[in-house]
Design a protein. Structure first.
Length: 599
């Protein structure tokens, strides 16, 4: 297929107009981009500001995933800031997470002495700044006028429906539900009203995808060597940032190569150059999967074999939207074809198991098609409305009022999300209790890399804020160092040390396995076998905890009651207002914490 002769769009013509106005335009672009970055930062960092006067420090913990990521960063913060390890295993040097999302924030927080909790503040700062600049760059590429582009980028930054290709209307519906008291369910569980600010992803990685879209659009408009090389480099960067983005971007380049005949050289060279840059990341990830048992991947729905036509994700509205957007893009805005291909690629990859037969937490590709669809909707709508409003002050004023109302609504929803979400409030309440106890004058210092068990609320805060390791926590589920067999032993011993009874332990495991990941959720027989295995380990640990205590080198146990943990050698070392902390002697182990034994 041969494209019609390329036409010069008004925005492209404006960029190429020579004369003394170019520096003024550049200044306006810089100011507009900074304004978007500031607005993005405000939305991303707002929960820290909101909770600051309530906690006395700018701390915000959004959900259980936040605690998991904080545990990963705390392990690096205390032991080796320039590389990642794994929170459960001291001395580990492998992680399933990309270092690009963790190491810079850890290094900055440590350089400024902010502690592990400061890493989270760096993350949200970067999320807001990168999203603000990223959205501005993409929108400005297709819209004439820096302040129009800034307004549209801000609309996307503040939109509650942006991550599901449901901008404007999705936010209006959400706001109406909350304002009329019918939106209580929106605040159950984890924060998901404005999911673009979720940490780690998409908050830290979406900006990289937006920059890739911007650079490919520049190369498509003027396909010289430099622009094509930069587009390829941006694609290569995605390999080090987020699996779901580089896979979607790669498929988008293939689709664009097939559809956009006049720009095939751009997509081809972007693809091979980015693939070359990203190859080391692919090799590194492959080595992790090769060097460790596969069960740690399968239990978290990563590369889990499933039936090809099972677990299909079929967002009907998005599928219909794809047809409409691709049609409009093809006939009216061919310059946005790559963006449309990225939108389509994300949708296709949602159900790649039809081809691969694998489950890889496929819902994460929503982070690719969702914002790309919203960008297309906003850009196409702006292309229709802006010419209509030009020269009509009343229409322009009405659009400005709608835009301002939308931004104010987004800020209000962010406030509601930060203050009402159940999981966030619970974690922050636990953080306050932990901080007040551990910062007291009688609180002993934990030995470096000591293994802590017992009350799960105490343990999850300890591993996120101090240099200790969990016997069994949420992060243990993701550890390549822990086999399924060892995980069961750890979970059973932890329950015994916490004082759980057998029936409560069995009921909790049934809930978690039935509603979680892995083969146990899908097969009741496998789930029953797993629960039986866990109960055997629970009975063994209850009868004689000494052997598993020594094996896993458990040194500290936190309990909410006054009774000591089972097993010999425990002594009370911290009688706090919320938890009592017990310690037992542990034999030194070489090779931990840089070769030094535990204290």
């Amino acid at each position: 297929m041969i494209d019609p002769p390329p036409t010069t769009t008004p925005e492209a013509a404006a960029r190429e107009t020579p004369g003394p106005r170019r520096p003024a335009r550049r200044r306006a672009d810089v100011i507009a981009a900074v304004a978007c970055a500031a607005f993005g930062w405000l939305l991303a960092f707002a929960p820290h500001l909101i909770w600051w006067p309530r906690l006395g420090e700018p701390v915000y913990i959004a959900d259980n995933d936040d605690v998991e990521y904080m545990a990963v960063s705390a392990q690096a913060y205390f032991n080796h800031p320039t590389r990642l390890g794994e929170p459960t295993t001291a001395g580990s040097d492998r992680s399933m997470y990309p270092a690009a999302q963790f190491v810079p924030a850890v290094v900055l927080a440590r350089a400024f002495g902010w502690g592990p909790a400061g890493v989270d503040r760096v993350w949200r700062t970067w999320a807001g700044l990168s999203l603000g600049v990223g959205f501005y760059l993409v929108v400005r590429r297709f819209v004439a006028g820096p302040w129009v582009a800034a307004a549209l980028a801000s609309v996307l930054l503040a939109d509650a429906g942006m991550m599901t290709s449901n901008p404007i209307w999705g936010q209006a519906r959400t706001a109406l539900l909350v304002a009329t008291g019918r939106g209580a369910s929106l605040f159950d569980g984890f924060p998901h009203v404005l999911p673009q600010y979720r940490i780690i992803t998409p908050g830290l990685s979406l900006g990289a995808l937006l920059v890739h879209v911007w650079l490919v659009a520049r190369a498509r408009e003027r396909p010289d060597r430099l622009r094509t090389a930069l587009a390829g480099a941006s694609f290569g960067l995605l390999f080090y940032v987020y699996f779901y983005y580089w896979t979607a971007a790669g498929l988008a380049l293939v689709l664009a190569l097939a559809l956009d005949a006049g720009r095939r050289r751009v997509y081809f060279h972007t693809g091979w150059l980015g693939g070359l840059i990203g190859a080391p990341a692919v090799v590194s990830n492959y080595l992790i999967t090769r060097d460790f048992p596969k069960d740690w991947l399968l239990r978290t729905d990563n590369f889990l074999p499933i039936a090809r036509f099972s677990e299909l994700l079929l967002p009907r509205t998005a599928a219909l939207l794809a047809v409409v957007l691709l049609t409009l893009t093809w006939f009216r805005r061919r310059d946005m074809l790559h963006l449309a291909c990225l939108f389509a690629a994300g949708l296709l990859l949602l159900n790649h198991q039809v081809v691969t037969g694998l489950q890889i937490q496929n819902f994460h590709w929503t982070y690719a098609w969702g914002p790309c669809g919203s960008l297309l909707i906003v850009l196409l709508a702006a292309g229709a409305l802006c010419p209509f409003a030009a020269g009509r002050p009343a229409a322009a004023g009405a659009l400005a009022i709608v835009c301002l109302a939308h931004l104010a609504t987004g800020c209000w929803l962010r406030y509601e999300e930060a203050t009402r979400t159940t999981q966030s409030r619970g974690l922050l309440a636990t953080y306050r209790l932990y901080r007040d106890q551990r910062r007291g004058p009688a609180a002993p210092r934990f030995p470096d890399n000591a293994v802590v068990a017992g009350d799960p609320a105490f343990t999850e805060m300890a591993i996120a804020l101090e240099n200790v390791r969990p016997l069994a926590q949420y992060c243990t589920l993701f550890s390549p160092y822990i086999t399924n067999r060892e995980l069961a032993e750890r979970q059973a011993l932890d329950a015994v040390l916490a004082g759980d009874d057998r029936s409560a332990f069995a009921a909790r495991q049934e809930r978690e396995l039935a509603g979680g990941w892995g083969p146990w959720r899908r097969d009741p027989a496998l789930r029953a076998d797993r629960i039986a295995e866990l109960l055997r380990d629970f009975d063994a640990a209850s009868a004689d905890p000494s052997a598993p205590l020594d094996r896993f080198r458990v040194r500290l146990v936190a309990r909410a009651d006054a009774s000591p943990p089972p097993g010999p050698g425990w002594r009370l070392v911290e009688d706090g207002p919320t938890w009592r902390l017990w310690e037992r002697p542990v034999a030194p182990a070489a090779g931990v914490n840089g070769g030094r034994p535990d204290l």
